[in-house]
Design a protein around this ligand. Structure first.
Ligand SMILES: [Cu+2]
Ligand SMILES: [Zn+2]
Length: 201
């Protein structure tokens, strides 16, 4: 009854004692997190520029959107359905990305579209940043993937109530979201895995 587990332990001990392993151990988590990004371009006559980055994190996706040369004030930020910013008013990006068939809302509301990120505050210098981590999106392929969609910055603030848009006005910035190649795998110090914050003393 107990002999088989004991042999396993013995074998494992011998293998671990072997001076030089012929290959790196087959550890699965040697990959850097998946990321995606978008360059945000001016639309609807604005002079806005910016970028969005999406990083796979525990339990979801961390989103960071930064803009410059934007009008001061509050601006709604959403993911829209189509990664097509070709129209001068970005209407080509379609409606809000809505894989769950939810109503529009704020990111903390029970019902909201998957890419309803709330409002970004832009200062008098024209710069603004919005950071949010959401469990409702993925970077990998699937029904909730951000890849192939668009990030939109609006003219006005999102009221989180008006359906289906939040009454946020025109689309003054648009960026098509594309998944990026993972950085090189590695297993030594300084490699992307273990992640730096997990390895800190
Ligand atoms: Cu929008
Ligand atoms: Zn929405």
């Amino acid at each position: 009854m107990y002999r088989v587990p004991c042999r396993f332990i013995l074998c494992a001990g011998l293998m671990a004692g072997c001076g030089h392993a012929p290959e790196a151990p087959p550890t699965a988590p040697t990959l850097a997190p998946l990321t995606a990004g978008a360059m945000i371009e001016a639309r609807s006559g604005s002079s806005l520029a910016g970028e969005a980055t999406f990083t796979e994190v525990e339990g979801g996706v961390k989103v960071v959107v930064t803009v410059r040369s934007a009008p001061a004030g509050s601006h709604a930020v959403h993911i829209h359905e189509k990664g097509d910013c070709s129209a001068p008013d970005a209407a080509s990006a379609g409606p809000h990305f809505n894989p769950d068939g939810h109503s529009h809302g704020g990111p903390g509301d029970a019902q909201h579209h998957a890419g309803d990120f709330g409002n970004m505050e832009v200062g008098e210098d024209g710069g603004g940043t919005l950071e949010i981590t959401t469990s409702g999106l993925t970077i990998a392929d699937g029904p909730r993937s951000v890849a192939g969609r668009a990030i939109i910055v609006h003219e006005k603030a999102d009221d989180f109530v008006t359906q289906p848009t939040g009454n946020a006005g025109g689309r003054i910035g648009c960026g098509a979201i594309a998944r990026r190649a993972r950085s090189s795998p590695g297993s030594g110090p300084g490699s992307p895995w273990p992640r730096p914050w997990a390895a800190s003393p």
